[in-house]
Design a protein around this ligand. Structure first.
Ligand code: RB5
Length: 142
């Protein structure tokens, strides 16, 4: 599996920790930046990550900003993206099981790095349930 990851300045440290965590699991990671704590605009890294997921250049994505909302709003402008915001392991499970999120979004200013690793692990291990949830996600695109 290959995962693309991006963060704005608020999520730089969490992103670095998650890259190490994923690599220790044997997962290939493509880093879309930013790698600096200098203030920047989340859309500048979110759009390239979304395009890479849509083109199949990476299998899934992870995006981090302060609240997660800027990333989620930007990523979900892409028709092929279902970016889901998760702040607990149970939501990490549900965002895959019910929403088949192909990008996991987390709020760096509201969860710990340990929590982010647990959420990421749960999301990666969870399976999409299909059935009524497939019908529901098929109604999302405009
Ligand atoms: C950056 O200050 C902050 O606005 C950003 O990380 C994010 O929370 C936006 O949704």
């Amino acid at each position: 599996m290959k995962i693309g990851i991006c963060a704005d300045h608020a999520g730089v440290q969490m992103k670095a920790e998650l890259i190490s965590y994923l690599q220790r699991k044997g997962i290939e990671v493509k880093n879309f930046g930013t790698d600096s704590e200098v203030s920047m605009d989340y859309a500048d890294v979110a759009h390239p990550l979304a395009c890479a997921v849509e083109k199949g250049e990476v299998d899934r994505g992870i995006a981090i900003c302060g609240t997660g909302n800027g990333m989620a709003m930007t990523l979900n402008k892409h028709q092929g993206i279902r970016a889901g915001l998760a702040w607990s392991s149970e939501i990490g499970r549900l965002v895959k099981a019910h929403n088949d999120a192909n990008i996991l979004v987390m709020p760096a200013r509201f969860i710990t790095v340990s929590a982010a690793k647990r959420i990421t692990g749960t999301w990666l291990e969870s399976e999409f349930e299909g059935g009524r949830h497939l019908r529901r996600i098929q109604k999302i695109p405009v």
